[in-house]
Design a protein around this ligand. Structure first.
Ligand code: DMJ
Length: 463
């Protein structure tokens, strides 16, 4: 395998790419050019085979919609990566395309959580990066169409909302679906000077926080009408992850002290009850929210976002150890499986859908520590992606990480997140650094440095 990496790096250094960089670059810089090239070809493939649809099916060279009609999910999600990687002509075309053709008055129901992080989050970042007022109008229109979902007894949004009628459905949601709105709704409030959006998001996150147990943990699934917990398993895994992420990042971006208090209380309980050491490796498992008793050692590849969150919030040792565990799991299989049991050492779901989390965490740790081991991880992950997920035109998911059989799907977050984190790591840039930018859970960069703290307090209604 080592030999493969050396050969691959040699190839990366000499591979012709058409990105117009003429100055000599060090090897990491050359990798950035390679990522830009791969971003360009993935984007071109999407445009050629799937433009006007939500996602690209790279093997069948076709497009696919999430719902009855397209919401242009990949275009909106990809925009900030096109900007970050310097593909400015493509980025400009997206702004024009979205301004001219994106319409959200659609008479069908959408998943509130999923479209919030991709569409509303993408549009707000598009507005901040482009300054085009037509994009803000689209964001306001879309945000207004999500708002009826928050009209529940607890303030936690319904699972579904019909974009045209505002009809809501689905009164059981997980904690991530309840608590991943602070950044997007906060930015919308900031730009519109209307606190209603941020306040709705905060009411929902607080509704979860206020229902924490006597030992400070929250469960996984809640009934949004009664406020009763349906599933009392407590963890940081998929289904809960970005609730915690947004408490901390919401505080970082907007300086709301209430979020900081909620985060401090929450992370204390998380650090006390969830970590578990097995065979010398650290994992964050699942416990009962009331007793703290262990109920499962099943983790998912989405959980690999946690080292990044631990690192930016100052828990460096835990972050480093957890990242080592995820890195071990990736290397054991050549790529990481979707669901894994760390006690029985067994893969429960062998898929890999081009997910970004382990890459995101390696980049955060690289940024914050400068330790070479994180850059080595990033180079290794990229080499593996090129070896197993690359197709003639783009990249595609893996059906089974053991056989490496490919599956026909390129998720929009591959464009929004995975490629962006690789580029940020290899480009040796400081424009989008953790000091100046807060990245949403979909990796949309919100330029903190461009926000006026006083205006943020006023426009978001922070007391
Ligand atoms: C992304 O869409 C977001 O990061 C979300 O919060 C969960 N993970 C997926 C990609 O794996």
């Amino acid at each position: 395998m080592k030999k493969f990496y050396s050969l691959l790096y040699l190839f990366l250094l000499i591979a012709p790419v058409s990105c117009g960089h003429s100055e000599p670059l060090n090897p990491t810089g050359q990798l950035a050019i390679r990522v830009r090239h791969d971003t360009k070809r993935s984007w071109d493939a999407y445009r050629e085979y799937a433009q006007g649809k939500d996602v690209l099916l790279p093997l069948s060279k076709a497009g696919k919609n999430w719902y009855e009609e397209s919401l242009n999910i990949s275009s909106i999600d990809a925009f900030s990566t096109l900007v970050v990687t310097g593909l400015t002509d493509d980025a400009d075309q997206v702004v024009k395309y979205v301004a001219d053709s994106a319409r959200f008055d659609k008479d069908f129901k959408v998943k509130v959580f999923e479209v919030n992080i991709r569409i509303l989050g993408g549009l707000l970042s598009m507005y901040q990066l482009s300054g085009d007022e037509a994009i803000l109008e689209k964001a306001v229109d879309f945000g207004d169409r999500l708002m009826p979902a928050f009209q529940s007894k607890t303030g936690i949004p319904y699972y579904w909302v019909n974009l045209a009628t505002g009809h809501v459905e689905g009164s059981r949601v997980n904690v991530a679906e309840a608590g991943t709105y602070l950044l997007e709704m906060g930015m919308l409030s900031y730009f519109t000077r209307d606190p209603a959006y941020y306040q709705a998001a905060k009411r929902s996150s607080r509704a979860i926080f206020d229902r924490r147990s006597e030992i400070g943990l929250v469960g996984e699934v809640i009934d949004i009408e009664s406020g009763e917990w349906i599933n009392t398993s407590s963890h940081i895994c998929a289904g809960t992850d970005s609730y915690y992420e947004y408490l901390y990042k919401g505080w970082l971006l907007f300086g709301d002290p209430e979020l900081k208090e909620m985060w401090d209380t929450s992370i204390k309980a998380v650090l006390k009850y969830l970590p578990e050491e097995v065979d010398g490796r650290l994992w964050y498992g699942r416990v009962n929210m009331h007793s703290g008793e262990r109920i499962s050692s099943v983790v998912t590849l989405w959980d690999a976002f946690m080292p990044a969150l631990l690192a930016i919030s100052g828990h460096m040792d835990e972050a480093a150890r957890l990242q080592e565990s995820w890195d071990w799991l990736w290397k054991k299989n050549g790529i990481e499986p979707m669901i894994y049991d760390y006690k029985s050492d067994s893969i429960l779901n062998p898929e890999y859908d081009l997910n970004p989390e382990i890459i995101e965490s390696a980049w955060y740790l690289w940024e914050l520590t400068g330790e070479e081991r994180y850059m080595d991880m990033l180079k290794g992950y990229y080499a593996d992606l090129l070896e197993y997920c690359s197709t003639d035109f783009a990249f595609t998911a893996i059906r089974d990480v053991q056989s490496k059989e490919q599956r026909d799907y390129m998720a929009s977050y591959f464009l929004a997140e995975t490629l962006k984190y690789f580029y940020l790591a290899f480009a040796e840039q400081d424009m989008y650094s953790l000091k100046t930018v807060v990245f949403s859970t979909e990796a949309h960069p919100y330029l903190k440095a461009a926000l006026d703290p006083e205006k943020a307090r006023e426009n978001l209604g922070i007391e």
